[in-house]
Design a protein around this ligand. Structure first.
Ligand SMILES: Cc1ncc(C[n+]2csc(CCOP(=O)(O)OP(=O)(O)O)c2C)c(N)n1
Ligand SMILES: CC(=O)[C@@H](O)[C@H](O)COP(=O)(O)O
Ligand SMILES: [Mg+2]
Length: 638
């Protein structure tokens, strides 16, 4: 109960928080932490990251004049404490639900979210943009970006640091180092940060602390305006970040308010013209023992019991597509040593952890670096290996030029495994896999497949094994299949060939992907109204099964395509084919059902597909509307 909190009960906005004494801030932090655990236990969501930044959040809103000072959180998955303290406390239990709070930062949600996020590593770029714009308009507000040690592994962060380091514009970057991404972070930057923390590079923590304290006492004894001196003396000198033009301070304990507050205050008051980096060490999952102990530090959780820490099981025994993919790949890899796996910091989410367990040397986690991951895989492919690059649909958007320039143009046999295709639910519009059919099917050389169930997925993976002269992609949704027995790893689909599920007369439903089940229900609804429909599982968005599609178009009065993707995808290609072949001239009534031209907010997936208009009753209604236009009904009446 909010009323039981001594401090939090009266705090709705940072202006309330700033009325507290510094001495009360730790207790407030404890209350925010408790409220966050309580809320996420009921909603599910991202827990560990937020727990790790409670003190930082409190300190930032205490020291800085938000929302006039701009606070930008990278990814935004750690912002539940920020939401609690910025006018959203009463709605915190609506997190990630329909009409509720987003699980990330969102401009339309609050003026305290000056920049929306959910994909990683955008914070330094956006903060620098805001800082430069403010300078142009002579505004003197502070701009602060908070970026994690995982997010700083992405190319975009380096592009931003390269730009910021050469600029004479003040901005503050807080590097929140908890030695965790979703999984363990990887790469040379991780090693470097670890060395900074253990003091093997320049200073150990105690030494840095001593340095900072001596700088403080100097500052406190001197007159105002000496904040810069503090910063200068606290800089450990010679670090990578210094060399990049940053004023580096740290590493410091990000849970210790007595250190955090003066350092933030000094950074705020510094007249330094250029970027300042404050490197803090925090613990993911801090303050909740189950999260502290868990290997993933409860990065993302389902609803859970606060007392036992036990998370609600998914409630289905059906096989997850991700697991079906991973297990199938493992079986192939047992007999083909050329198969390698690539993930961009998502080994668990993509199933690559299963592959890595069996073949640790053949799995490459490149960090949050989708662009690099794709070109890296292209390089691997040139040497006769078979790279399987498993990336969520939404994150592959990052690497589009690499897909085009490094893979498609050179027709390299990189296999793209595109997980989380279609609408994903609680993560909302930023994570929707809406565009991959569109952006891949438009590329020469590509083969684009979408299984309608888990058995088809296995067959498509089997097929992809022998696609050695061009890129291919298999896209499938978040969640589980329908409970089919899985075929052997020798059963394949023929490239560019769809399959007829049932034959009817008037109407042909051309489905691609897992909307097939909805199409079957729609067909039953039509049957109840005396309308016989043919259903085709197209399997391929590219190459199209032209022969089958043209045959169906000639033999039916109505043709409708259904896909979990945006306009410009499968339906558009079919329409183009029909138009080219003059089928419309002969009177075919054609419609394509795609995701609508809007970003759909988070909800449960079924509701989201309702909003998208892609559920069974909406498919059957669409067909009935085509068959029985107002004109045709009028004609019958007359
Ligand atoms: C472009 C992109 N790729 C992958 C992800 C998935 N993702 C979300 S959070 C995260 C880990 C971030 O680690 P870090 O920045 O250290 O934050 P922490 O969770 O440790 O606080 C990843 C890989 C993403 N959001 N965006
Ligand atoms: C914040 C982020 O991008 C990931 O943590 C994402 O929420 C994971 O989604 P899944 O739960 O679908 O793996
Ligand atoms: Mg981290």
């Amino acid at each position: 109960m909010i009323q039981d909190y001594k401090f939090l009960k009266d705090i709705n906005f940072p202006s309330d928080l700033r009325k507290l004494s510094e001495n009360n801030l730790q207790e407030l932090s404890n209350e925010v932490r408790a409220e966050m655990i309580n809320a996420v236990s009921e909603t599910g969501g991202h827990l560990g990251a937020g727990l790790g930044v409670v003190e930082l959040t409190v300190a930032l809103h205490y020291i800085f004049d938000t929302p006039n000072d701009k606070l930008i959180w990278d990814v935004g998955h750690q912002t539940y404490p920020h939401k609690i303290l910025t006018g959203r406390k009463s709605k915190i239990k609506t997190l990630r639900q329909g009409n509720g709070l987003s699980g990330f930062t969102k401009r339309s949600e609050s003026e305290y979210d000056p920049f929306g996020a959910a994909h990683s590593s955008t914070s330094i770029s956006s903060a620098l943009g805001i800082a430069e714009a403010n300078k142009l308009s002579n505004k003197s507000n502070n701009v602060i970006a908070v970026i994690g040690d995982g997010a700083i592994s992405a190319g975009m962060a380096y592009e931003a640091m390269n730009n910021a380091g050469a600029s004479k514009t003040k901005m503050i970057v807080i590097l929140n180092d908890n030695d965790m991404s979703i999984a363990k972070p990887v790469g040379a930057m991780r090693t470097y940060l670890a060395k900074l923390l253990t003091g093997k590079v320049y200073f150990n923590l105690r030494e840095t602390f001593k340095l900072i304290m001596s700088a403080f006492s100097k500052r406190f004894s001197a007159k105002a305006g000496k904040a810069e001196d503090f910063l200068r003396s606290a800089v450990t000198g010679g670090t990578l970040f210094n060399s990049l033009g940053f004023y580096y301070v740290g590493p410091i304990d990000g849970h210790d308010l007595t250190t955090l507050l003066p350092i933030l205050k000094n950074a705020r008051d510094s007249k330094h013209q250029g970027p300042i980096m404050i490197h803090i060490k925090t613990q993911k999952g801090k303050g909740y023992s189950y999260a502290e102990k868990a290997t993933d530090h409860y990065h993302g959780v389902s609803k859970f019991d606060v007392v036992t820490g036990e998370q609600l099981k998914s409630g289905t025994n059906l096989p997850a597509y991700t697991k079906v993919f991973a297990n199938t790949l493992v079986k192939h890899a047992e007999r083909d040593s050329k198969i390698v796996g690539v993930t961009a910091a998502m080994p668990g989410g993509t199933g690559m952890d299963i592959f890595a367990k069996k073949f640790p040397k053949r799995m490459f986690d490149v960090g949050i670096a989708e662009q690099h991951g794709v070109t890296f895989a292209a390089g691997i492919a040139t040497e006769g290996y078979k790279p399987y690059v498993a990336i969520y649909s939404t994150f592959l958007q990052r690497a589009y030029d690499q897909v085009v320039h490094d893979v498609a143009i050179q027709s390299l046999p990189v296999r793209f495994i595109i997980d989380r295709a279609g609408l994903v639910g609680a993560d909302g519009s930023t994570h929707a896999g809406s565009f991959d059919i569109t952006y891949l099917s438009t590329l020469p050389n590509f083969i684009v497949m979408a299984p309608s169930d888990e058995s088809e997925l296995v067959k498509m993976i089997n097929t992809s094994m022998n696609i050695n002269n061009k890129p291919s992609a298999i896209r499938y949704p978040r969640g589980s299949g329908i409970g089919l027995e899985l075929p052997s790893i020798d059963e394949k689909v023929e490239i560019g060939k769809g399959r007829i599920i049932q034959e009817g007369k008037q109407v042909c439903i051309l489905s691609i992907g897992t909307r097939l089940e909805e199409c079957k229900i729609a067909s039953e609804e039509l049957k109840n109204k005396g309308i016989q429909s043919t259903i085709v599982d197209a399997r391929f968005a590219k190459p199209l099964d032209q022969e089958l599609i043209l045959k169906c178009a000639r033999e039916h009065e109505v043709m409708i395509t259904v896909e979990e993707g945006s306009i410009g995808g499968f339906g558009s290609h079919v329409e183009n084919l029909l138009s080219e072949k003059g089928i419309f001239d002969k009177g075919l009534k054609f419609r394509s059902m795609t995701l609508p031209d809007t970003f759909i907010e988070q909800d449960n997936p079924k509701k989201m597909y309702d909003i998208a208009g892609l559920n069974a009753s909406q498919i059957s209604k669409k067909i009935l509307d085509i068959l029985f236009t107002k004109e045709s009904i009028k004609a019958v009446k007359n």
